[in-house]
Design a binder for this molecule. Structure first.
Ligand SMILES: NC(=O)c1ccc[n+]([C@@H]2O[C@H](COP(=O)([O-])OP(=O)(O)OC[C@H]3O[C@@H](n4cnc5c(N)ncnc54)[C@H](O)[C@@H]3O)[C@@H](O)[C@H]2O)c1
Length: 339
């Protein structure tokens, strides 16, 4: 039985905890939140003890792994404190608000000998798993791609704050950069990014981005990110919130990350409906939690590792540079030499 603790007990923590309730190998033993009443409510729902500070978790020998589901400004501190106290870590995306912060995390990770996985759940949804398999089975050699994420508005809160959330590139960019590299099997080499505030106050960061990407293998693609989606069209019932299309000589392959897959084979047009299943299953959260427990049991999985998550932070930094200069920006992988 793995004993787990949560830091941050808001929306995502509750989704993970609900999924863990379905996994017989885990028990939630502690939680902590800046908002103590949220932690108490969480403990009442999922078990364990609400702590009045994070040391109650870090100093507890009985905790095997810590889930970090806080605002982005505290990810680095909690990850490194957890690793230094010999805890395994699952951190919600993004790993960090900058590549410099990711580098510091890696410095501690490499000396700790513990597991650290990042919550890029789109890697492990049932549709994406099938999509990746289809691309491999059909030896798809991409010519170009397009991708988008359009969730219902959420960046008018802490997510849009420069220090707490980091705006569209930290919230959605990190997600899509990891996803694209994972699907394409190659890293993002250069980026051209335009950022905008769409019905967003000046005091908050941009909540919309349009990007062109060039991969290391020369393939180019476009990306739209904004939080101007609406529940009825983008989220339910067919989950068009996040999608990707790959164009190739072998056919056109399209995936709704949480829904259907469409592709062509010769002159046939094929629709694969994945599901029906609960949102936690179709969005990959159930799988993600089961895989993290597999990792604790010594298995290797498709979950995002710290190096891939740091690369996503590097592409976020390059995108910011591009948005400032109005030019293509190279992603400087010399900074990750040796990984
Ligand atoms: N993978 C996904 O699909 C997905 C979706 C939404 C959010 N997220 C990520 O999950 C994480 C949490 O987001 P959320 O939607 O649950 O936010 P939320 O606002 O619902 O919950 C965050 C909780 O963390 C607490 N908190 C914030 N800073 C803290 C600190 N320094 N110490 C202790 N507690 C702190 C808050 O009081 C709050 O209860 C973020 O990293 C976010 O990007 C991922």
């Amino acid at each position: 039985m793995f004993k787990l603790a949560f830091i941050g007990t808001g929306g995502m923590a509750r989704i993970h905890a609900s999924c863990l309730m379905q996994n017989k190998k885990t028990e939630i033993v502690k939680c902590y939140d800046l908002n103590f009443s949220s932690a108490c409510e969480f403990a009442a729902m999922f078990g364990g003890e609400a702590c009045s500070d994070e040391q109650g978790i870090f100093l507890c020998d009985g905790v095997d792994a810590v889930y970090i589901c806080t605002m982005h400004d505290s990810h680095e501190k909690y990850i490194t404190d957890a690793l230094r106290n010999n805890k395994n870590v699952f951190v919600e995306k993004p790993l960090a608000l900058s590549f410099k912060s990711a580098e510091r995390i890696i410095g501690v990770y490499e000396g700790a000998g513990r597991i650290l996985k990042a919550g890029f759940n789109m890697r492990v949804t049932p549709s994406v798993t099938r999509f990746k398999q289809l691309l491999q089975e059909n030896s798809v050699n991409a010519d170009a791609f397009e991708a988008k994420i359009t969730p219902p508005p959420f960046m008018s809160k802490w997510q849009g704050d420069r220090h707490l959330g980091g705006g569209v590139l930290a919230c959605l960019g990190s997600h899509i950069f990891d996803f694209i590299s994972y699907i394409m099997g190659t890293r993002i080499k250069e980026v051209n990014c335009s950022l905008r505030r769409v019905r967003q106050p000046e005091a908050l960061m941009e909540n919309s981005a349009v990007l062109m990407l060039r991969m290391e293998n020369g393939v180019e693609g476009s990306v739209i990110l904004n939080d101007m989606g609406i529940w009825g069209y983008h989220v339910s019932p067919s989950s068009k919130l996040q999608s990707m299309v790959v164009y190739s000589e072998q056919g056109t392959y399209s995936v709704e990350a949480y829904g259907d897959i469409n592709y062509s084979r010769g002159s046939d047009f094929i629709i694969e409906r994945i599901g029906p299943s609960s949102q936690y299953e179709s969005w990959g959260y159930q799988n993600e939690n089961n895989l993290f427990i597999d990792e604790l049991s010594g298995k290797k999985t498709e979950l995002c590792n710290v190096y891939n998550a740091a690369e996503a932070a590097l592409v976020v930094d390059a995108s910011k540079d591009s948005a400032m200069t109005g030019r293509w920006a190279a992603v400087d992988y010399s900074r990750v030499k040796g990984w």
